[in-house]
Design a protein around this ligand. Structure first.
Ligand code: RIB
Ligand code: CA
Length: 313
C-alpha cells in the first residue's frame, strides 16, 4: 500500500511522544521518513535515546533517528522531569537501544529531505519545542513552500497554559522558534491544550492496552500510568491529557477533530506572558488566519484508534 502520509516526526520523548511514535509506526498509511529529536521534556542526549528505544519497542529498528537542537534558539532550556521522570520515559523498563543514531544533524536532514522530495509531499509533525523546525526554516527558507503542512502539538488559549498561567510547555520552551513557525506561511494544523485536555487517559482506557498483552501495548500502559499521575494531581482529574498522539491521529482520522481557521500569534516580548499563543478564535482582528486550531475531539474514537494501531505492532 502506498503511504498516504510521508512524515518527519520532530519529538522530545516524553511518554506521550512515545505513544504518538508507536501510533505512527503501527499505521500502514504513514511512512515515517525520519524521527528528529529535540531538547525539551529532557535534554537532547535523552530525547534521541528515547526515540530509538521507542522504535525498537515498535519492532522498527530500521527507522532513522537524528539528533537536533541541544537548546532553544534564544532562551535557556527548560525541561520537565517532574512530569516525565529523570529518563524522560519513566514507567516501563526499556532496554538501552542497539539501533544507531544517524550522524547527520536533524536540521540538515529536514532541509535535505524537503529539498529532495517532491514539493508538497512531506508533512512535518512536531511534538515538542519547535527549535529544529525554525532552524530549518532559517537555514533554508525555500523549504517553506515545499512543506505540505505542519501538524503540531503546542499552545493553548481557552485552557490557558500548563507551564505558566499563559503558556503551554512546547511553545514556552522556545517561543522564538514558535514565532518563526507561525509566521512562516506554511499551512499549520494546531493541537493546543484546548483539545488535548479532552483526550484524557483513564483506568478503563489504559486497561484496553493491557488487554492486548503485547510488549508495545504493555509498555504503553506503563508509560501512561506514570505520565498521567502528574496531571491527575494537578487537575484533580481521573487520568491525564494525552497530548502528542493527537497529531498522528489527525493524519489518520481527521474527522475525530473539530476546529477552525484562526490567527495564532506568539508572545516573545513580555516575560509575564512569554510563549502565550494568542488565538483569535472570534476573528476580532484582521491578522491572517495562519492555522487550523483544533478545539474538540471524539475521545472514545481517539483511544479506539490508538488501541487498534498499537495492537498492530
Ligand atoms: O504541553 C504538552 C507538551 O509538552 C507535550 O508535547 C509533552 O510531550 C511536552 O513536550
Ligand atoms: Ca512532546
Amino acid at each position: 500500500m502506498t503511504a498516504r502520509h510521508r512524515i518527519i516526526i520532530d519529538t522530545d520523548p516524553g511518554q506521550d511522544d512515545a505513544v504518538a511514535i508507536l501510533l505512527a509506526l503501527g499505521s500502514p498509511e504513514i511512512e515515517v521518513l525520519g524521527i528528529t529529536a529535540v531538547a525539551g521534556n529532557v535534554p537532547l542526549r535523552l530525547t534521541e535515546k528515547n526515540a530509538r528505544k521507542v522504535c525498537e519497542l515498535a519492532g522498527k529498528p530500521e527507522t532513522r533517528v537524528y539528533a537536533g537542537a541541544i537548546r532553544p534558539m534564544v532562551r535557556p532550556l527548560v525541561t520537565a522531569e517532574q512530569v516525565h521522570g529523570k529518563t524522560g520515559l519513566d514507567g516501563p523498563d526499556l532496554p538501552e537501544p542497539v539501533m544507531p543514531l544517524q550522524k547527520q544533524h536533524a536540521v540538515d536532514f529536514i532541509v535535505e529531505t524537503l529539498m529532495a522530495e517532491e514539493a508538497g509531499t512531506v508533512t512535518l509533525c512536531p511534538l515538542g519545542p519547535l527549535t529544529n523546525i525554525a532552524l530549518a526554516l532559517v537555514r533554508e527558507p525555500r523549504i517553506a513552500a515545499r512543506i505540505q503542512r505542519i501538524v503540531l502539538m503546542g499552545g493553548g488559549f481557552f485552557e490557558g497554559g500548563n507551564t505558566t498561567p499563559a503558556a503551554e510547555f512546547n511553545i514556552y520552551v522556545d517561543p522564538h522558534a514558535a514565532d518563526v513557525v507561525f509566521r512562516s506561511g506554511v499551512p499549520i494544523v494546531m493541537m493546543p491544550l484546548d483539545v488535548t485536555h479532552k483526550a484524557l487517559t483513564s483506568s478503563a482506557r489504559i486497561a484496553a492496552f493491557r488487554k492486548l498483552d503485547t510488549r508495545p501495548a504493555l509498555a504503553t500502559a506503563e508509560m501512561l500510568e506514570f505520565f498521567e499521575r502528574f496531571d491527575e494531581t494537578k487537575y484533580g482529574t481521573d487520568g491525564g491529557p494525552l497530548h502528542d498522539p493527537c497529531v498522528i491521529a489527525y493524519l489518520l482520522q481527521p474527522d475525530l477533530f473539530r476546529g477552525r481557521d484562526c490567527n495564532v500569534s506568539v508572545e516573545i516580548a513580555s516575560e509575564l506572558t512569554m510563549g502565550m499563543t494568542v488565538i483569535d478564535w472570534w476573528g476580532v482582528t484582521k491578522r491572517p488566519k495562519n492555522a487550523m486550531v483544533m478545539r474538540d475531539i471524539d475521545a472514545d474514537g481517539f483511544f479506539a484508534l490508538l488501541v487498534e494501531r498499537i495492537g498492530n505492532l
